[in-house]
Design a protein around this ligand. Structure first.
Ligand SMILES: [Fe+2]
Ligand SMILES: [Fe+2]
Length: 350
C-alpha cells in the first residue's frame, strides 16, 4: 500500500501554498462582496481617526468614490458638532479598547435632511493586541424611527383628547398641563435631548397632575388659604397620579418622573423629600415648568403673579430648589422673548 507520507515534501508544501492562496482569495472575495452589498455604511479608520477604507454604501451616500474619501476624516463630510461627537467616540475606543454598541444618533445628509441611524464601532487590534484603529457599521433606521415617533405622537394626541374631556371638569388644571407640556418640550429641545426622550417628557407633562381629578373642585379651586388638611389633600395628587399610572406600561421612567415633580433639590419638596442626586432630570424640568406656568397664570383663588415675581422666584432658588442649568435656559428663553412667556401663542392662550 502506498504510503502518503512518502510524497516529496516540496510537492506537498506547494499544493498547500496553492490551497492557501485560493482560500485567501475566496475569503477576500467574500469580504469584498459583503462590504459592497450590505446596505449599511461600513468604514475603517486609523489611530488618527482618518478613514482608511469604506464600503460602496458609504461612498454612494456621499455621491463620491472611495478614493475621494480615503485619508479624510468625519470633519470633511459632516457638520462640525456632529463630526466632533464621532471623533470623541472614535477616540474613546482608541483609548479604552472598548466598543460602542448600537448608539442611536441623527445625522445630517448631503441633501440637507436628517436621518436616524444606529452605529456600532469596535476597535481594530494588531497582533500585539494594541488598538490601531476603529471599524464602524452604521445602519439607517429612519423609517423605524418615524414609525416610533408616529406611534408616540398618536399616544400624545390621545392624551390631549383626554385632557379636553378632563378640562370640562377643571379648566385651570388641564389648561395648565397642556402649557407645562409646551414649556417642557421647548426646554428639552434647548438641552438637545433626543426626540423620543422629549416625547416621553411631553407625555409626563400632560399627565403630571392627572391625580387632581380625584380631589374635590371646592378644595382645588378654593379662594383663600387652604386648611392643613385641605393642603395635604392637594399634595396627595402626586401619589394619586403615580398610582393611576404605575400599573400600566409606560416608556422608561414616566410614572417616576411624575412622582417627583414636586420634589426640590434641597430635599424640602414632597412626597419623599428627595435630594438633587435622586431626582430625575425629567422631574427637574417638570418642577420648573410647573412653577413657571402656575405663577404666570391666573387661578380661581388668586391673580397671576406676573413675570417679575416669577423670575425672582426662579433666580433666588436656582441651585437650591431648582436645577440651575435648567433655570438658566428658561431665563435666556424668556429674555429672548422680550420678558414675555415664550409658551403663550395664539393656539394655547386658554
Ligand atoms: Fe402637581
Ligand atoms: Fe402642575
Amino acid at each position: 500500500m502506498k504510503n502518503i507520507n512518502s510524497k516529496p515534501k516540496h510537492k506537498k508544501s506547494r499544493k498547500s501554498y496553492g490551497d492557501l492562496k485560493k482560500t485567501i482569495s475566496l475569503e477576500r472575495n467574500l469580504l469584498q462582496s459583503l462590504l459592497d452589498n450590505i446596505p449599511d455604511a461600513i468604514y475603517f479608520k486609523d489611530d488618527k481617526n482618518r478613514i482608511i477604507r469604506v464600503n460602496r454604501f458609504y461612498a454612494e451616500g456621499f455621491k463620491l468614490s472611495s478614493k475621494d474619501i480615503i485619508g479624510k476624516t468625519d470633519f470633511d463630510f459632516f457638520p462640525k458638532d456632529q463630526a466632533q461627537k464621532m471623533f470623541n467616540d472614535d477616540t474613546y475606543i482608541l483609548k479604552t479598547g472598548k466598543p460602542i454598541i448600537g448608539k442611536i444618533e441623527r445625522t445630517l445628509l448631503p441633501n440637507g435632511t436628517y436621518n436616524c441611524v444606529t452605529t456600532t464601532k469596535i476597535p481594530i487590534k494588531n497582533k500585539k493586541n494594541k488598538v490601531v484603529g476603529t471599524m464602524g457599521v452604521t445602519r439607517d433606521i429612519t423609517a423605524y424611527d418615524n414609525t416610533e415617533r408616529t406611534n408616540l405622537d398618536m399616544i400624545i394626541n390621545s392624551l390631549k383628547v383626554l385632557d379636553k374631556i378632563l378640562e370640562t371638569k377643571d379648566p385651570y388644571t388641564f389648561g395648565h398641563t397642556r402649557r407645562v407640556s409646551i414649556i417642557a418640550e421647548r426646554i428639552a429641545k434647548e438641552l438637545s435631548w433626543e426626540t423620543n426622550r422629549i416625547l416621553e417628557l411631553k407625555m409626563s407633562a400632560e399627565l403630571h397632575d392627572i391625580g387632581k381629578i380625584l380631589i374635590p373642585l371646592e378644595i382645588l379651586n378654593k379662594p383663600g388659604k387652604l386648611s392643613d388638611l385641605e393642603y395635604k389633600m392637594v399634595q396627595e395628587h402626586v401619589q394619586q397620579s403615580y398610582d393611576m399610572l404605575k400599573p400600566y406600561s409606560f416608556p422608561s421612567q414616566l410614572p417616576e418622573a411624575i412622582y417627583q415633580h414636586h420634589e426640590r433639590l434641597d430635599g424640602k419638596g414632597y412626597p419623599r423629600g428627595l435630594l438633587s442626586d435622586k431626582i430625575l432630570p425629567e422631574a427637574k424640568i417638570l418642577a420648573i415648568c410647573d412653577v413657571l406656568e402656575a405663577m404666570i397664570s391666573h387661578r380661581p383663588y388668586r391673580q397671576a403673579l406676573g413675570m417679575d415675581v416669577t423670575l425672582k422666584e426662579l433666580k433666588e432658588n436656582a441651585g437650591f430648589k431648582y436645577d440651575k442649568d435648567i433655570v438658566d435656559v428658561v431665563l435666556r428663553m424668556i429674555s429672548e422673548n422680550n420678558n414675555k412667556p415664550f409658551w403663550l401663542t395664539s393656539e394655547n392662550l386658554s
